[in-house]
Design a protein around this ligand. Structure first.
Ligand code: PMV
Length: 340
């Protein structure tokens, strides 16, 4: 049995818009998270019939739709992993974050599966090490942003001149290009609403094909990737936070002016943002936010202000929202194989 723990990630420069075989229209960068993870185990044996079979359980409950998704995914990556056609598989997966939290499980879930089949390949081919770059490629083919989850600290996905070695095909780890302050960064996730997203990310990426601001957006993302390379190296948490907020609001603005239009923020999202900016102005503390494609607010701050920031979040922000919950998280180590 192969067991993998793989995390979710939160983008600072957002990937929004794709082409070809799951290739990004702009480069992106994310923090790898620590607590929001999928724990996935996979067993395989030579197939017993003419067709490969896949059995999938989530928290012990059979999920036929997930098994079908993995089957389609395996068929789609047959050029990379032809041996997958010769085995029957059983998966069992568990997410540490609540199922209905609105946190995307595709990045953690698909990177876990990609890591598991790379480990399978390593075992079958008697190799010493797992090929992490291949794991990132295969994660990308499962769910674009998942390719950034396999690495520790932060990862860049998408070819960009400011990031040597970067590629549209896979993400690269940028630990050695970032100041230490970012290696213990916090991301407390304020769950504003646990309802399902009203736009799937596949549909969302598609909306960029006709968005009137698409070209400007891609140029802006390129500029942000350039600026981030010096911001991350210098450890400039203020410039980092400003850029993260601009990116988050741009992502939502793009959805608002798409056709059809989507407004994914809830009144509470906006309330929290105002309160947070007020707090920052009064205290000068580097507490900033980012948003995913949904209403939940990711609260970003360096470890050195953890006490003040987290008590403000718990005592002031959390009570603003009915039925809110908080998932404290921070920068993590990437995908890990558990010893057998
Ligand atoms: O990986 P996908 O197709 O679920 O797209 C993710 C898109 C965002 O989360 C909004 C941004 C990102 O870069 O992660």
């Amino acid at each position: 049995m192969i067991k993998v723990v793989s995390p979710s990630n939160i983008a600072i420069v957002k990937y929004w818009g794709k082409h070809g075989r799951q290739l990004p229209n702009n480069a992106s960068v994310s923090f790898t998270l620590s607590n929001a993870v999928s724990e996935t185990s996979m067993t395989f044996k030579p197939k017993s019939g003419p067709q490969r079979t896949i059995y999938f359980t989530l928290d012990g409950v059979e999920k036929v739709s997930f098994a079908e998704k993995i089957d389609r995914y395996f068929a789609g990556i047959a050029d990379f992993m032809p041996f997958l056609a010769d085995y029957d598989f059983e998966f069992d997966s568990h997410n540490t974050f609540p199922h209905s939290s609105g946190i995307a499980s595709s990045a953690s879930g698909m990177s876990a599966v990609a890591m598991a089949i790379c480990e399978m390949e390593r075992v079958l081919e008697n190799k010493t090490n797992i090929d992490l770059q291949k794991a990132s490629i295969l994660s990308r083919l499962g769910s674009g942003s998942a390719c950034r989850s396999v690495y520790p600290d932060m990862a860049v996905w998408g070819k960009h001149p400011a990031w040597p070695g970067s590629s549209d095909e896979y993400a690269i780890c940028i630990s050695d290009k970032m100041h230490d302050v970012f290696k213990s960064y916090h991301d407390d996730i304020l769950i504003v609403s646990d309802k399902e997203k009203s736009v799937s990310s596949t549909a969302g990426h598609g909306l960029m094909d006709t968005n009137p601001y698409a070209a400007t957006r891609y140029a802006q993302a390129g500029d942000h990737m350039q600026r981030l390379s010096s911001i991350l190296a210098a450890g400039d948490v203020e410039a980092f936070g400003q850029l993260a907020e601009t990116e988050a609001l741009t992502l939502h603005a793009l959805m608002m002016c798409s056709d059809p239009s989507f407004l994914l923020m809830q009144p509470a999202t906006v309330g929290v943002i105002h309160k947070l900016r007020e707090y920052r102005q009064t205290t000068g503390l580097p507490l900033y936010f980012t948003l995913d494609a949904g209403p939940n607010v990711h609260l970003l701050y360096p470890d050195e202000v953890a006490q003040e920031a987290s008590s403000f979040i718990r005592n002031e922000l959390l009570p603003m929202i009915e039925n809110a919950s908080l998932l404290p998280d921070r920068v993590g180590k990437g995908s890990t194989l558990l010893p057998q």
